[in-house]
Design a protein around this ligand. Structure first.
Ligand SMILES: CC(=O)SCCNC(=O)CCNC(=O)[C@H](O)C(C)(C)COP(=O)(O)OP(=O)(O)OC[C@H]1O[C@@H](n2cnc3c(N)ncnc32)[C@H](O)[C@@H]1OP(=O)(O)O
Ligand SMILES: CC(C)C(=O)C(=O)O
Length: 556
């Protein structure tokens, strides 16, 4: 049985309201990004990554453009330790990349961490201890002063070991479980650590305020961050970092609000892997920024390839509707969406604009390695003529006339509905060819010949129900003459209602395509399509196709 009475709000409001972030409209520059995929992401996997898998992932992160990468918790296991050693000994860390290592503020774990760093040029030593009320009372059973001493003792040892090693490491401190910590107490602990390092603008200290567990609405975290930012000692020498998780499903929101509230740096993972519901998804935060016209300084132009490596080495799956990276996030199945997207794409072409304003697509899918042809317009029984017309034009180069497009789309929808499945572009194209293009039974065109006089005279050689024959007709135009020949020679009754021709815009060889609509006195919308190297042949074939359809589907 559910019982909401056993819950209470476990977060703490800052002592004074901090609302300056509300006045900011959007994030106007990229923060410093730090990927924690190889540490926080890795520690949450059913099977943590092997050394080889971590190496492959590390390379992907470098290629994306991360300049700070938390590579592990070296004291945790041999693999973790060896991974950092391999990076260092095989000189795999680019000069402009800083690796970060995590350690608890515990003597032997800090020492082991320093052992793992020997010979590393650029490193951040990240140490933490939990400061939350719940952990003080239940886990550590220590007073506020005793918990602060864990932090300050850790800080002193980190500083001392770094000095002893003669290394120029950077340092990061996290009051872990910050979101469950009384804000002024968190501030006191951070300030005590700051006082030990005495950071300067030239050698700043990273103070990381994690939403280890998301506990509040996003605007509360924003206030907590802004309050800390305003009251922290030596703020000009502090890189204020956030490390959001996603327990309430608002990891991205709290990250964005924290950036408005003064955070300079974000720790997170690709696709939001991480403990429980995950860390914040850096792909989403970065691309949200990008779609506001801001350079995120991370390159996701090959997102599908990044996703492939991620899924393989972590053995995790990216949800189909995960922003930007999910398989279905650009797919429009429903008619009205497809129609708007197709028109939006045409609008861009017609207006020769590079600006992206296409309805229903907040980002140009091709910017992140997706393809219009297979990712955007997808066809099922919810689809409409706009979408099916788009597929025919975009994938195969056929610009279907309006009335035909409507008829063809109902035809396709019906098939999808009856088969209860999505139809792939190739299946749609097969139906199109099989049902409408160059139909040659019962009438097949063998040859044709025109003679120009007062009227145009045509001699058609056709095969009609297995019998070859020559038929003739006169008309004001060529198609008129052909129609008269077929009426007389095959004893048919029909009117040509509409005729369109164009060239096929796809493929290496250009072909002519004609669309003919006839009225056969049963239906006024029998369509046929002709495709040929020669424009005249394509129009005769289109007319014959429409007649053949009328004969085949007489009763429809
Ligand atoms: C929110 C985060 O993601 S934090 C990162 C968490 N990641 C990991 O823990 C992954 C790697 N961790 C490990 O491999 C192991 O936990 C190790 C090697 C670090 C330590 O292992 P163990 O020594 O077996 O102990 P364990 O992790 O259970 O720690 C429990 C002890 O550490 C203390 N402790 C825990 N965190 C801290 C800390 N940050 N600072 C100081 N002491 C701490 C606990 O109070 C407890 O003390 P006790 O033994 O007196 O009861
Ligand atoms: C170590 C800290 C930053 C952490 O991972 C968390 O709080 O989630």
């Amino acid at each position: 049985m559910m019982n909401n009475k056993k819950y209470h709000r476990g977060y703490f409001m800052p002592p004074e309201p901090s609302y300056d972030w509300v006045k900011k409209e959007y994030i106007d520059h990229a923060p410093t990004w730090c990927s924690v995929d190889l540490r926080d992401g890795n520690q949450a996997l059913v099977i943590p990554m092997s050394l080889e898998e971590k190496l492959e992932f590390f390379k992907v992160l470098v290629d994306i453009g991360f300049k700070e990468i938390e590579v592990g918790f070296p004291a945790a296991s041999e693999t973790e330790f060896e991974f950092l050693r391999t990076l260092i000994e095989q000189d795999l860390i680019p000069d402009d990349v800083t690796v970060q290592v995590l350690t608890q503020a515990r003597d032997h774990i800090i020492r082991k961490t320093f052992d793992s760093l020997k010979g590393c040029k650029n490193a951040v030593v990240h140490f933490y201890n939990s400061t939350s009320l719940a952990q003080r009372e239940q886990v550590f059973k220590k007073s506020k002063e005793e918990i602060m001493k864990i932090a300050t003792d850790g800080a002193k040892l980190v500083k001392q070991l770094s000095d002893e090693a003669g290394a120029d490491y950077k340092f990061e401190y996290s009051p872990e479980s910050f979101t469950g910590t009384e804000i002024d107490y968190a501030l006191d602990v951070c300030n005590a650590v700051i006082d030990i390092f005495q950071p300067t603008p030239e050698k700043p200290l990273i103070i990381n305020l994690p939403a280890t567990v998301e506990m509040s609405l996003p605007h509360i975290y924003a206030q907590q961050i802004e309050y800390m930012s305003k009251h922290m000692n030596r703020r000009d020498s502090i890189i204020l970092s956030v490390h959001p998780h996603n327990d309430r499903g608002t990891g991205v929101a709290i990250t964005e609000l924290a950036l408005l509230a003064g955070a300079d740096r974000v720790e997170g993972t690709l696709f939001g892997n991480g403990e429980r519901t995950g860390n914040v998804d850096l792909v989403t935060v970065a691309l949200n920024m990008y779609t506001h016209g801001v350079d995120p300084k991370l390159d996701f132009s090959h997102l599908p390839q990044i996703a492939e490596v991620y899924e393989r080495v972590t053995r995790m799956k990216i949800y189909e509707r995960q922003p930007y990276s999910g398989k279905l996030v650009f797919a429009a199945f429903s008619g009205s969406h497809q129609d708007a997207i197709a028109k939006g794409m045409h609008y861009r072409d017609d207006h020769h604009t590079d600006d992206w304003t296409v309805p229903y697509l907040p980002i140009d899918p091709t910017d992140i390695g997706r393809v219009y042809e297979s990712d955007v317009i997808r066809i099922n029984s919810q689809s409409g003529k706009g979408g099916i017309g788009f597929i025919m034009e975009q994938n195969f180069g056929y610009k279907l006339p309006k009335v035909f497009r409507e008829q063809f789309s109902y035809y396709i929808k019906e098939i999808s509905d009856h088969k209860h499945k999505e139809l792939k572009p190739e299946e749609i194209f097969d139906v199109f060819n099989h049902e409408f293009v160059n139909l040659n039974a019962p009438i097949r065109l063998v040859d044709y010949h025109f003679v120009r006089g007062e009227k145009i005279l045509v001699t058609l050689t056709i095969n009609f129900r297995g019998e070859e024959m020559d038929i003739t007709g006169r008309g004001n135009g060529r198609l008129d003459a052909v129609a008269n020949a077929l009426r007389k020679g095959c004893n048919l009754t029909f009117d040509v209602v509409d005729y369109n021709e164009s060239s096929l815009s796809k493929g290496s060889t250009s072909k002519a395509v004609s669309y003919v609509q006839i009225n056969d006195c049963i239906r006024e919308d029998r369509f046929g399509v002709g495709v040929d190297d020669d424009i005249m042949a394509s129009s005769i074939k289109a007319l014959i196709s429409s007649i053949n359809r009328a004969i085949i589907h007489k009763e429809d």
